[in-house]
Design a protein around this ligand. Structure first.
Ligand SMILES: *Cc1c(COP(=O)(O)O)cnc(C)c1O
Length: 363
């Protein structure tokens, strides 16, 4: 079955073999006579699924033994509260705001601690990243928050900041929701990473938190028990019922990633796909991407047509060709092509072919 190419920013396309496997196992998981949705989370079967998912993820991302992997609920926005509830100790937290998502994190944190803006790229319309050497980091901050891939503005850190080299001892917290598993993570620079699953690793409803052991156990008294990282870790993500089906599907995605060659191969493909589209945009003299070349996202590519009145015809023609969900986020306008791990190179090629044709007939 040939499906359309789906460029949604999230919830986003999943690898077809994963969907097919889930469909085949829907009524009877491995001879258990049950759908994964119908199993006790405390039973042997689901225990196997969870253990395998965690082991595969640890292998894929080379997560060191002194980090815990938590499968939680609440999404990326939930973590905007859950992280300060667990890590801030009610004190100083520094934020680097490079787009919508880090902006939301900064705002939400003010309910629980004393956040400050260490740097912002608002003046550039979030088309650049402030160099780490210019960040105003406060001594004694509990952590420093960055969003390493801004899904809406299409801005990505190509390298994690080295806070220690900047004279800062605080742990780095990264929101890597929209590019997790598309590139390796240098854990020596990270204290906590979180990611909603629905961009690159599974369905909505699962949130991954990978956190260094020494950061557990400092939750504020108002922190809900179900969101206290220490409690969640001590109960192996089963303090309360975890999002079992989402964890199962994420686990199938991890197995698919391993079969396809792992994160190194995903990174190679992401570079190939995104370079194809950016090179076409830049060379077209018609479409425009405004993000500085040094920090363009490999996952989310916003672009504009020369005249907004062409947006609707562009989207209609795209749909006709089986190119879905290309409309840009309302705060930015224009178009956005999200090229996550599940997008084949042929999808990027089909997009460029269509863009070329559309420009020729409307230019
Ligand atoms: C989508 C997204 C979020 C929000 O996730 P929800 O699950 O909707 O709460 C947060 N951060 C980033 C970078 C995202 O892409």
């Amino acid at each position: 079955m040939k499906r359309p190419y789906n460029f949604s920013a999230g919830p986003a396309a999943l690898p077809q073999p994963v969907l097919e496997q889930a469909a085949a196992e829907m009524l009877d998981w491995h001879g258990s006579g049950m759908s994964v949705m119908e199993m006790s989370h405390r039973g042997r079967e689901f225990g196997e699924i969870l253990d395998q998912a965690e082991a595969d993820l640890r292998e894929l991302l080379a997560v060191p033994a002194h980090f815990k992997v938590l499968f939680m609920q609440g999404g990326g926005l939930g973590e905007n509260a859950i992280v300060p509830l667990n890590l801030s100790r009610g004190g100083l937290v520094d934020f680097v705001v490079t787009g919508s998502w880090s902006g939301k994190s900064y705002k939400e944190a003010a309910r629980y601690c004393n956040p400050a803006l260490a740097a912002s790229s608002e003046a550039s319309g979030y088309t650049s990243l402030p160099p780490p050497a210019t960040w105003r980091l406060r001594g004694g901050a509990s952590y420093v928050h960055v969003c390493t891939n801004e899904t809406i503005h299409g801005v990505e850190f190509q390298q994690l900041p080295d806070l220690r080299a900047l004279g800062c001892d605080a742990p780095l917290v990264i929101d890597c929701s929209s590019h997790i598993a598309s590139r390796p993570i240098d854990w020596s620079r990270v204290g906590l990473a979180f990611a909603g699953a629905q961009k690159n690793i599974g369905p909505a409803g699962v949130t991954l938190v990978i956190v260094r052991d020494d950061l557990l156990g400092h939750a504020l008294p108002v922190c809900p028990s179900a969101f206290d990282y220490r409690i969640v870790a001590d109960n192996r993500s089963m303090y309360n019922t975890p999002p079992t089906y989402g964890i199962y599907l994420a686990g199938l995605v991890f197995q698919w990633l391993k079969r396809e060659g792992g994160v190194a191969e995903m990174e190679r493909r992401a570079i190939e796909r995104s370079t194809l589209v950016y090179d076409f945009i830049d060379g077209s003299g018609w479409y425009v991407n405004r993000v500085d070349r040094s920090c363009r996202s490999r996952m989310n590519l916003p672009f504009f047509l020369p005249d907004d009145r062409l947006n609707e015809p562009f989207l209609a023609g795209a749909r006709e060709r089986g190119l879905l969900q290309l409309k840009g986020h309302k705060s930015v306008g224009g178009m956005r092509a999200s090229l996550y791990n599940a997008m084949p190179l042929d999808g990027a090629r089909a997009l460029v072919d269509y863009m070329r044709e559309f420009a020729a007939s409307h230019g």
